[in-house]
Design a protein around this ligand. Structure first.
Ligand SMILES: C[S@@+](CC[C@H](N)C(=O)[O-])C[C@H]1O[C@@H](n2cnc3c(N)ncnc32)[C@H](O)[C@@H]1O
Length: 169
């Protein structure tokens, strides 16, 4: 099945905005921290969370001093994330855009985080490898990436986390 056919078969997920490629599930707070630890996130990093939900990964990255961008197609999620950033006084480092994650330019990111679905990981894989700079890290919650072995994998509270590194061309 090609990308168009796979994406045409997606959602809608109950009670959520249409045309989503993955439902809204939240990464538990302790796992968010572990994802950033796995990426060895530093204030020099630029993180993008593709499918950011309520912005928890982006806000956690901003709390560590990194610039971070959250992308979500559901306007309600973006409104919640922006409100949380304002409340936490993190607007300088944390920003959000309501857009399709398949349209998001990735070249500026040094860290990308994902909690989507296995087939979405597969659709993103080539773009991640092509557009991200060599050495960029990709951290995934829950799902592997077909045909891209992680450099590290761990289980936390019965949930799996994966770390991939973008190879040099
Ligand atoms: C499983 S949630 C992950 C939320 C957050 N990253 C976390 O770890 O808590 C997936 C998110 O992806 C968003 N999403 C699904 N398809 C999308 C698309 N094509 N473009 C942008 N966001 C999308 C959903 O609205 C949802 O908020």
């Amino acid at each position: 099945m090609d990308e168009k056919a796979i994406r045409a078969a997606r959602g809608p997920f109950a009670g959520q905005a249409g045309n989503l490629d993955a439902p809204y599930w939240q990464t538990p707070a302790e796992l968010v921290g572990r994802m950033l630890d796995l990426a060895a996130l530093s204030p020099e990093d630029r993180l993008i969370d593709l499918g950011c939900g309520d912005g928890r990964v982006v806000l956690a990255a901003a709390r560590r001093g990194a610039r971070a961008l959250g992308i979500d197609l559901d306007p309600q999620r973006i409104a919640e994330a922006e409100a949380a950033a304002r409340l936490a006084g993190l607007e300088r480092l944390a920003s959000f855009r309501c857009e399709d994650l398949f349209e998001t330019p990735l070249a500026e990111a040094s860290v990308v985080t994902l909690y989507l679905l296995p087939h979405v990981n597969r659709l993103l894989r080539e773009r991640l490898r092509r557009e991200l700079p060599a050495g960029a890290r990709v951290v995934g919650h829950a799902w592997p990436m077909p045909d891209w072995p992680p450099i590290r994998e761990e289980e936390v509270d019965r949930r799996r986390l994966y770390l991939w590194a973008v190879p040099s061309a």
